[in-house]
Ligand binder design. Structure first.
Ligand code: HEC
Ligand code: HEC
Ligand code: HEC
Ligand code: HEC
Ligand code: HEC
Ligand code: HEC
Length: 244
């Protein structure tokens, strides 16, 4: 009798233990987020929570990769690019944020809901200016092409640097010659000798859907021959990417 009694007690206790533990493991049954979880203006907004405490705590239900897990709701359902992967800041990686922006034909609209329309951080509290320290942040002229010296290639738009590339060619030789020999030309306006010079990235004629940069038609740029028919060089025919 005593053994039966003890067994019963043991079973009841372990039953309770199992029940409690399994409750702890499966809290989703009755789990709901606050009603204003999706309200951007609320203090309980999930984005605000993530910025405050990071997203580690979301992983227990939304999965270690935050693609759903047992909650069945992936963060990527609404945010294609957030949470950012570790590759997002790895320069050499295909998943680098610059490559994503290139793939969007250089549009940075996708970043603004979180990083702010002015890129100064917004609710994400991570400013693009932390790394893009130029006066216009990520819209500064040498962020996508050029170098510290000026915004002309190298680098070209695909981060290449060889002057034998048609996209790079004699840019730097020509620019220093022009600036040195013409008092009206400065590093800021010298581009307008050959291009329509944009005042901002969104100016019409700048980033478009044509495959290559536009050269002023008056120069008679011939992309196959890589020369300018109406150049200042007289009879000599200079090849843009084989400049001697
Ligand atoms: C204990 C489990 C659990 C945790 C932890 C958890 N979630 Fe959830 N979450 C769920 C479940 C279940 C749903 C789907 C049902 C619902 O909307 O409540 C969900 C839904 C969501 C939704 C969609 C809401 C909607 O109305 O469409 C968002 C956004 C969300 N979670 C964000 C987060 C964030 C951010 C964190 C971490 C700060 C987090 N969750 C932590 C279980 C969890
Ligand atoms: C942690 C530092 C860091 C932050 C924060 C950062 N970037 Fe970058 N970004 C870089 C680096 C490094 C490069 C590569 C620069 C280079 O190629 O010389 C880069 C490149 C870029 C490029 C050019 C891509 C290319 O291949 O030419 C764009 C556009 C860009 N970032 C936009 C943004 C925007 C928009 C934000 C904010 C939402 C941002 N970045 C935040 C570090 C950062
Ligand atoms: C859904 C919100 C959201 C969107 C959309 C978003 N970000 Fe972020 N980003 C954040 C938050 C929050 C952080 C702060 C750190 C973290 O949680 O990763 C951050 C951090 C970063 C960092 C710094 C990462 C590091 O490890 O230092 C870079 C760079 C960045 N974002 C670039 C971008 C760019 C470029 C875009 C647009 C193409 C973009 N982000 C879109 C929310 C977002
Ligand atoms: C049902 C759609 C939905 C889901 C699922 C979702 N979010 Fe969001 N999240 C939003 C919206 C809407 C915003 C407001 C910004 C915007 O328009 O992109 C936002 C903003 C954010 C922000 C930025 C806060 C800010 O304003 O800078 C972070 C961080 C964030 N979400 C993290 C997460 C994480 C982590 C998950 C998954 C656990 C998640 N979200 C799942 C819709 C969603
Ligand atoms: C977000 C990336 C990005 C930034 C920032 C940027 N550019 Fe560009 N730029 C491009 C792209 C892409 C092209 C090639 C456009 C095309 O296909 O015609 C280009 C081309 C050019 C050209 C060649 C002529 C043309 O329009 O095709 C000049 C000149 C130029 N940019 C100047 C500037 C100046 C000046 C700034 C700063 C006000 C600037 N860029 C900032 C992406 C950028
Ligand atoms: C002597 C004429 C000349 C000058 C001056 C000049 N460019 Fe160019 N630029 C070209 C030619 C030619 C190309 C190649 C066009 C093509 O691919 O068909 C080009 C291409 C470009 C490209 C596209 C690179 C790519 O990856 O496709 C950018 C960006 C650019 N120039 C920016 C500038 C900027 C910024 C300045 C001023 C600082 C400048 N250029 C000055 C002639 C010039």
């Amino acid at each position: 009798m005593k053994t039966v009694y003890l067994t019963l007690v043991f079973l009841t206790v372990s039953g309770l233990v199992i029940l409690c533990c399994s409750r702890d493991k499966e809290p989703l049954v009755s789990y709901t987020h606050p009603s204003s979880w999706m309200n951007v203006k609320s203090d309980e907004f999930h984005g605000k929570k993530v910025v405050e405490i990071s997203y580690s705590s979301c992983k227990s239900c939304h999965g270690t990769s935050l693609d759903g897990g047992k909650s069945g709701v992936s963060c990527f359902k609404c945010h294609q690019i957030y949470p950012h992967s570790s590759k997002w800041v790895e320069l050499a990686s295909a998943g680098f944020h610059g490559n994503y922006i290139r793939g969007e034909n250089w549009s940075m609209q996708d970043c603004k809901p979180c990083h702010g329309n002015d890129y100064r951080g917004g609710q994400s509290q991570k400013s693009c200016y932390d790394c893009h320290t130029g006066s216009q942040g990520p819209e500064t002229c040498n962020v996508c092409h050029g170098s510290q010296a000026n915004a002309a290639p190298p680098e070209d738009l695909n981060n290449r640097t060889s002057t034998s590339e048609i996209t790079i060619g004699a840019h730097q030789i020509m620019i220093s010659n022009f600036v040195a020999t013409n008092e009206n030309l400065t590093i800021k306006n010298v581009c307008s000798v050959c291009h329509q010079l944009p005042g901002s990235i969104s100016q019409a004629g700048h980033i478009d859907t044509t495959p290559h940069a536009e050269v002023l038609s008056s120069l008679g740029w011939d992309r196959n021959k890589r020369t300018c028919a109406n150049s200042c060089h007289g009879e000599e025919e200079h090849v843009w990417n084989n400049f001697k």
